[in-house]
Design a protein around this ligand. Structure first.
Ligand SMILES: [Fe+2]
Ligand SMILES: [Fe+2]
Length: 489
């Protein structure tokens, strides 16, 4: 049995704030990712590599000087930096994934930098790591032996730990579809951001790329709808507008499927949803992110965003990808079912189908997401209750019914109390419509804090024919401090 190196010098709690910790962590991941990839293409004397090594070791050292050490450890499918779980950013996702897969393949579970390093040490570290044989059981020992021979005592590694119910190396592959979904989800957020930035800077925006992503989402939906729906619980506060557009498109597609739309119409609907708030790129950021209530002038600006969106879309270079249905959908998304919303109409017309779909999901996602001016959002159940009151006023009553049946009595991502006293998270709708109120649920322990992920099916019965579990009521995740999104990542 190999002995495990203890990170004695590594501080337990970060000296920096949470947001800073995430940012630094993600920057470090990007560096390690780039270094590993470069070392596979360049030889160790390469000029570009040398420069990158210098940038990297400075960044690592400044972290070590501040925190007293640096460690990166794999626990299941998460990375822990200095014993704190690292949340990855949209930009950091690929690096996160890359390191996880590459280290797992080599059975390396933890890398520890006990003290500051120099360029040579970092170079030896990277090349030794990359050269380790995939699937080599004794890799950690071999690695530490090389470091000893090279006279490097600052860097050491520990072997990968496996956990019950996981087969180590391949655990990443098991959830393939989920991984693909995550990748598409984050890529779409990134692309919406790119497109909005291009539009703000009066540059050409790449609509085709978004269209391809919308098509990929549709494909995934056909395979397994609940994966993408689960990802909408992430609610990324910093990237609100982009994250919101992607969430709206996921729900729009799910409704579109229930309405029997063709793939082509679904693509149009998905794209309309991704673009619905593009007009906001014309509104000053101070107004968009204003914590307090908007004054009359600011509100006036805000109300222009559907029309600004229409203009933007009509000015796109790839206009061939746009059709009138999409343009009208964007125009209508705040109009409300009874036309009392904005823009003000001079000639009354009916709100379009795309518009009416967007009205519902747009409101739903906005109400369930924390915002600068409302830090604690409504729970899913509160939101549905509020929306029900607006049926026939703000929302098309029939479409609202379709939407409610989609998210269920207990929507995916709800925190619930079971009659067993256990707390759970609704994970997946029951495939049998008869059991709509008996979804699949992730069980948490009684205090709701344990990181266990046992999934149970509420339609399961005991030998005597009684249901094993039933839902008692919904709980407020904010009150219970449960990070629901984490269970969908
Ligand atoms: Fe909007
Ligand atoms: Fe919106």
């Amino acid at each position: 049995m190999e002995s495990t190196i203890q990170p004695q010098d590594v501080a337990k709690k970060p000296a920096v704030g949470d947001a800073d910790f995430t940012k630094t962590g993600n920057n470090l991941l990007l560096k390690f990712h780039a270094l590993m990839r470069m070392s596979r293409t360049y030889d160790s004397k390469n000029e570009a590599l040398a420069q990158f090594l210098q940038e990297s070791f400075r960044m690592i050292n400044s972290f070590i000087e501040r925190e007293g050490g640096f460690s990166l450890k794999i626990i299941r499918d998460d990375l822990y930096m200095n014993q704190q779980r690292l949340r990855y950013s949209v930009e950091g996702f690929n690096s996160f994934k890359y390191l996880l897969v590459q280290w797992k393949k080599r059975f390396i579970g933890e890398v520890i930098f006990k003290e500051t390093v120099d360029e040579r040490m970092l170079r030896v570290f990277i090349y030794t790591l990359v050269d380790l044989e995939e699937g080599g059981e004794g890799n950690a020992t071999r690695f530490n032996e090389t470091m000893r021979q090279e006279g490097i005592s600052a860097i050491q590694v520990n072997p990968l730990e496996t956990f019950e119910g996981e087969d180590g190396l391949y655990s990443v592959r098991k959830g393939d579809l989920k991984e693909v979904a995550k990748k598409i989800f984050f890529e779409t957020i990134g692309t919406v951001k790119e497109v909005v930035t291009q539009i703000r800077g009066d540059q050409r925006a790449d609509v085709r790329k978004l269209k391809r992503l919308a098509q990929k989402m549709i494909h995934l939906m056909m395979e397994d709808e609940s994966i993408l729906l689960g990802l909408t619980t992430i609610k990324n506060y910093d990237e609100y507008t982009y994250n919101h557009s992607v969430n709206v498109s996921i729900y729009a597609l799910a409704i579109g499927r229930r309405l029997g739309f063709s793939r082509e119409t679904l693509t149009e609907l998905g794209l309309t949803a991704l673009f619905h708030d593009v007009g906001k790129s014309k509104i000053p950021i101070e107004v968009l992110n204003k914590p307090g209530a908007l004054d009359e002038k600011e509100w006036g600006l805000m109300k222009q965003h559907p029309m600004a969106g229409v203009e933007t879309v009509l000015n796109l270079k790839q206009l061939g990808e746009v059709n009138p249905r999409m343009v009208i959908g964007i125009f209508d998304h705040h109009l409300k079912y009874n036309l009392t919303g904005y823009p003000t109409l001079h000639h009354k017309k009916e709100a379009s189908l795309f518009g009416r779909i967007l009205q519902i999901i747009d409101a739903y996602d906005a109400m369930t997401t924390p915002r600068v001016y409302k830090k604690v959002p409504f729970t899913l159940e509160q939101t549905l209750a509020i929306m029900q009151k607006e049926s026939g006023i703000h929302f098309d009553p029939i479409l609202l019914k379709v939407f409610v049946s989609l998210v269920g009595v207990f929507p995916i991502g709800s925190l619930i109390l079971l009659d067993s006293g256990e707390v759970g998270i609704v994970y997946k709708a029951n495939s049998d419509p008869k059991w709509i109120h008996r979804p699949q649920v992730i069980l948490l322990t009684k205090d709701g804090k344990e990181e266990e992920t046992t999934v149970v099916d509420l339609s399961e019965t005991n030998q005597d024919g009684h249901f094993k579990w039933s839902i008692v009521k919904a709980l407020d995740p904010n009150q219970y401090h449960v990070d629901v999104a984490k269970y969908f990542l």
